[in-house]
Design a protein around this ligand. Sequence first.
Ligand code: AR6
Length: 174
Amino acid sequence: MMHVLKGDITRLDFDVIVNAANEQLAPGGGVCGAIHQAAGKALAAECWKLGGCRTGQAKMTHAYELPCKAVIHAVGPIFSGSPKDKEYLEAAYWNSMVLAYDFMTKNHMDHLTLAFPCISTGIYGYPKKEACQIATRTVQRMYTQYKATRHIDVTFVCYDEENYMLYKEALHLR
Ligand code: AR6
Protein backbone atom coordinates (compact mmCIF):
# COMPACT_ATOMS: atom_id res chain seq x y z
CA MET A 1 0.00 0.00 0.00
CA MET A 2 1.05 3.57 -0.64
CA HIS A 3 0.14 6.41 1.70
CA VAL A 4 0.76 10.12 1.98
CA LEU A 5 1.54 12.22 5.04
CA LYS A 6 2.30 15.90 5.51
CA GLY A 7 5.11 16.68 7.92
CA ASP A 8 8.65 16.16 9.05
CA ILE A 9 10.16 12.79 8.12
CA THR A 10 12.70 12.91 10.97
CA ARG A 11 9.91 12.53 13.55
CA LEU A 12 8.55 9.25 12.23
CA ASP A 13 9.12 5.99 14.08
CA PHE A 14 8.84 4.00 10.86
CA ASP A 15 11.15 1.02 10.32
CA VAL A 16 13.14 2.82 7.63
CA ILE A 17 13.22 6.39 6.34
CA VAL A 18 14.84 7.53 3.12
CA ASN A 19 17.13 10.54 2.90
CA ALA A 20 17.36 12.73 -0.23
CA ALA A 21 21.15 12.65 -0.19
CA ASN A 22 24.01 13.99 -2.32
CA GLU A 23 26.78 11.97 -4.01
CA GLN A 24 29.21 12.78 -1.19
CA LEU A 25 26.72 11.56 1.44
CA ALA A 26 27.58 14.77 3.26
CA PRO A 27 25.14 16.49 5.60
CA GLY A 28 23.69 19.19 3.35
CA GLY A 29 20.58 21.33 3.68
CA GLY A 30 16.91 20.42 3.17
CA VAL A 31 15.64 17.08 4.41
CA CYS A 32 19.23 15.76 4.46
CA GLY A 33 20.32 18.50 6.85
CA ALA A 34 17.29 17.81 9.07
CA ILE A 35 18.02 14.05 9.14
CA HIS A 36 21.68 14.59 10.07
CA GLN A 37 20.72 17.14 12.70
CA ALA A 38 18.24 14.78 14.34
CA ALA A 39 20.44 11.67 14.05
CA GLY A 40 23.54 13.24 15.60
CA LYS A 41 27.15 13.40 14.42
CA ALA A 42 27.63 9.62 14.31
CA LEU A 43 25.51 9.48 11.15
CA ALA A 44 27.89 11.74 9.21
CA ALA A 45 30.82 9.63 10.44
CA GLU A 46 29.24 6.42 9.12
CA CYS A 47 28.27 8.12 5.84
CA TRP A 48 31.81 9.36 5.37
CA LYS A 49 33.12 5.78 5.58
CA LEU A 50 30.80 4.69 2.76
CA GLY A 51 32.83 6.63 0.18
CA GLY A 52 29.95 8.39 -1.55
CA CYS A 53 27.00 7.17 -3.61
CA ARG A 54 26.36 7.67 -7.33
CA THR A 55 23.24 9.43 -8.59
CA GLY A 56 20.38 6.92 -8.77
CA GLN A 57 21.99 4.62 -6.21
CA ALA A 58 21.23 4.17 -2.51
CA LYS A 59 23.09 3.08 0.63
CA MET A 60 21.85 2.16 4.10
CA THR A 61 23.10 3.27 7.52
CA HIS A 62 22.07 3.04 11.16
CA ALA A 63 19.60 5.63 12.44
CA TYR A 64 21.39 6.70 15.66
CA GLU A 65 19.18 9.20 17.53
CA LEU A 66 16.35 9.09 14.99
CA PRO A 67 13.21 7.19 16.04
CA CYS A 68 13.38 4.85 13.00
CA LYS A 69 15.56 1.70 12.76
CA ALA A 70 17.64 2.53 9.68
CA VAL A 71 18.15 5.21 7.04
CA ILE A 72 18.48 4.71 3.29
CA HIS A 73 20.45 7.48 1.61
CA ALA A 74 19.22 7.80 -1.98
CA VAL A 75 20.77 10.24 -4.42
CA GLY A 76 18.30 11.81 -6.82
CA PRO A 77 19.36 13.73 -9.94
CA ILE A 78 20.02 17.45 -10.09
CA PHE A 79 17.31 18.43 -12.59
CA SER A 80 18.84 19.37 -15.94
CA GLY A 81 16.04 18.72 -18.45
CA SER A 82 17.77 15.69 -19.97
CA PRO A 83 15.96 12.32 -20.34
CA LYS A 84 18.51 10.91 -17.88
CA ASP A 85 16.80 12.82 -15.05
CA LYS A 86 13.78 10.51 -15.11
CA GLU A 87 15.95 7.40 -15.29
CA TYR A 88 17.97 8.49 -12.26
CA LEU A 89 14.94 9.49 -10.21
CA GLU A 90 13.29 6.12 -10.94
CA ALA A 91 16.53 4.37 -9.98
CA ALA A 92 16.73 6.26 -6.67
CA TYR A 93 13.24 5.02 -5.68
CA TRP A 94 13.76 1.54 -7.08
CA ASN A 95 17.13 0.96 -5.41
CA SER A 96 15.78 2.26 -2.10
CA MET A 97 12.99 -0.33 -2.27
CA VAL A 98 15.52 -3.07 -3.00
CA LEU A 99 17.52 -2.11 0.09
CA ALA A 100 14.37 -1.94 2.22
CA TYR A 101 13.40 -5.41 1.07
CA ASP A 102 16.88 -6.75 1.91
CA PHE A 103 16.61 -5.17 5.38
CA MET A 104 13.23 -6.80 5.91
CA THR A 105 14.54 -10.21 4.86
CA LYS A 106 17.76 -9.95 6.88
CA ASN A 107 15.84 -9.01 10.02
CA HIS A 108 13.18 -11.71 9.55
CA MET A 109 10.43 -9.13 9.33
CA ASP A 110 7.21 -9.96 7.53
CA HIS A 111 6.19 -6.32 7.13
CA LEU A 112 8.11 -3.05 6.88
CA THR A 113 7.13 0.61 7.01
CA LEU A 114 9.14 2.85 4.70
CA ALA A 115 8.98 6.64 4.40
CA PHE A 116 10.17 8.57 1.35
CA PRO A 117 10.67 12.34 1.12
CA CYS A 118 9.97 13.93 -2.29
CA ILE A 119 13.46 13.23 -3.63
CA SER A 120 15.05 15.92 -5.86
CA THR A 121 12.09 18.32 -5.60
CA GLY A 122 13.86 20.84 -3.34
CA ILE A 123 17.42 22.03 -3.87
CA TYR A 124 17.82 19.70 -6.89
CA GLY A 125 14.95 21.45 -8.71
CA TYR A 126 12.96 18.53 -10.16
CA PRO A 127 9.47 19.64 -11.26
CA LYS A 128 7.18 18.38 -8.50
CA LYS A 129 4.37 16.97 -10.61
CA GLU A 130 6.67 14.85 -12.77
CA ALA A 131 8.65 13.72 -9.75
CA CYS A 132 5.44 12.63 -8.02
CA GLN A 133 4.35 10.59 -11.05
CA ILE A 134 7.76 8.94 -11.24
CA ALA A 135 7.81 8.13 -7.51
CA THR A 136 4.32 6.60 -7.36
CA ARG A 137 4.70 4.71 -10.65
CA THR A 138 8.07 3.28 -9.67
CA VAL A 139 6.74 1.97 -6.35
CA GLN A 140 3.69 0.55 -8.14
CA ARG A 141 5.94 -1.13 -10.71
CA MET A 142 7.98 -2.63 -7.89
CA TYR A 143 4.82 -3.97 -6.23
CA THR A 144 3.63 -5.49 -9.50
CA GLN A 145 6.93 -6.96 -10.57
CA TYR A 146 8.03 -8.30 -7.18
CA LYS A 147 4.98 -9.45 -5.32
CA ALA A 148 7.06 -9.88 -2.15
CA THR A 149 7.55 -6.11 -1.91
CA ARG A 150 3.83 -5.76 -1.22
CA HIS A 151 4.80 -6.23 2.42
CA ILE A 152 6.52 -2.86 2.33
CA ASP A 153 4.14 -0.10 3.30
CA VAL A 154 5.33 3.05 1.54
CA THR A 155 4.49 6.51 2.84
CA PHE A 156 5.39 9.63 0.87
CA VAL A 157 6.15 12.33 3.42
CA CYS A 158 5.46 15.77 1.98
CA TYR A 159 6.84 18.83 3.65
CA ASP A 160 5.16 21.38 1.44
CA GLU A 161 1.50 21.77 0.53
CA GLU A 162 2.11 21.50 -3.24
CA ASN A 163 3.68 18.04 -2.97
CA TYR A 164 1.02 16.95 -0.48
CA MET A 165 -1.78 17.87 -2.91
CA LEU A 166 0.02 16.19 -5.82
CA TYR A 167 0.50 12.91 -3.95
CA LYS A 168 -3.07 12.86 -2.67
CA GLU A 169 -4.25 13.27 -6.23
CA ALA A 170 -1.84 10.67 -7.65
CA LEU A 171 -2.94 8.15 -5.02
CA HIS A 172 -6.63 9.02 -5.54
CA LEU A 173 -7.04 10.22 -1.98
CA ARG A 174 -9.11 13.26 -2.84
N1 AR6 B 1 10.82 16.13 6.12
C1 AR6 B 1 10.31 15.81 4.92
N2 AR6 B 1 10.56 16.49 3.78
C2 AR6 B 1 11.37 17.56 3.88
C3 AR6 B 1 11.96 18.00 5.09
C4 AR6 B 1 11.65 17.23 6.25
N3 AR6 B 1 12.16 17.52 7.44
N4 AR6 B 1 12.72 19.09 4.83
C5 AR6 B 1 12.60 19.35 3.52
N5 AR6 B 1 11.79 18.45 2.94
P1 AR6 B 1 15.73 18.68 -0.58
P2 AR6 B 1 16.80 17.42 -3.01
C6 AR6 B 1 11.35 18.29 1.53
O1 AR6 B 1 16.19 20.00 -1.00
O2 AR6 B 1 16.01 18.33 -3.85
C7 AR6 B 1 20.50 18.58 0.33
O3 AR6 B 1 21.40 19.58 0.68
C8 AR6 B 1 11.45 19.50 0.61
O4 AR6 B 1 10.31 20.33 0.77
O5 AR6 B 1 15.91 18.28 0.85
O6 AR6 B 1 16.82 15.96 -3.33
C9 AR6 B 1 21.19 17.24 0.08
O7 AR6 B 1 22.33 17.06 0.88
C10 AR6 B 1 11.47 18.83 -0.75
O8 AR6 B 1 10.15 18.59 -1.22
O9 AR6 B 1 16.42 17.48 -1.44
C11 AR6 B 1 21.56 17.36 -1.37
O10 AR6 B 1 22.76 18.09 -1.55
C12 AR6 B 1 12.12 17.48 -0.50
O11 AR6 B 1 12.20 17.34 0.92
C13 AR6 B 1 20.40 18.14 -1.96
O12 AR6 B 1 19.88 18.92 -0.90
C14 AR6 B 1 13.50 17.35 -1.08
O13 AR6 B 1 14.20 18.57 -0.96
C15 AR6 B 1 19.31 17.22 -2.44
O14 AR6 B 1 18.30 17.97 -3.02
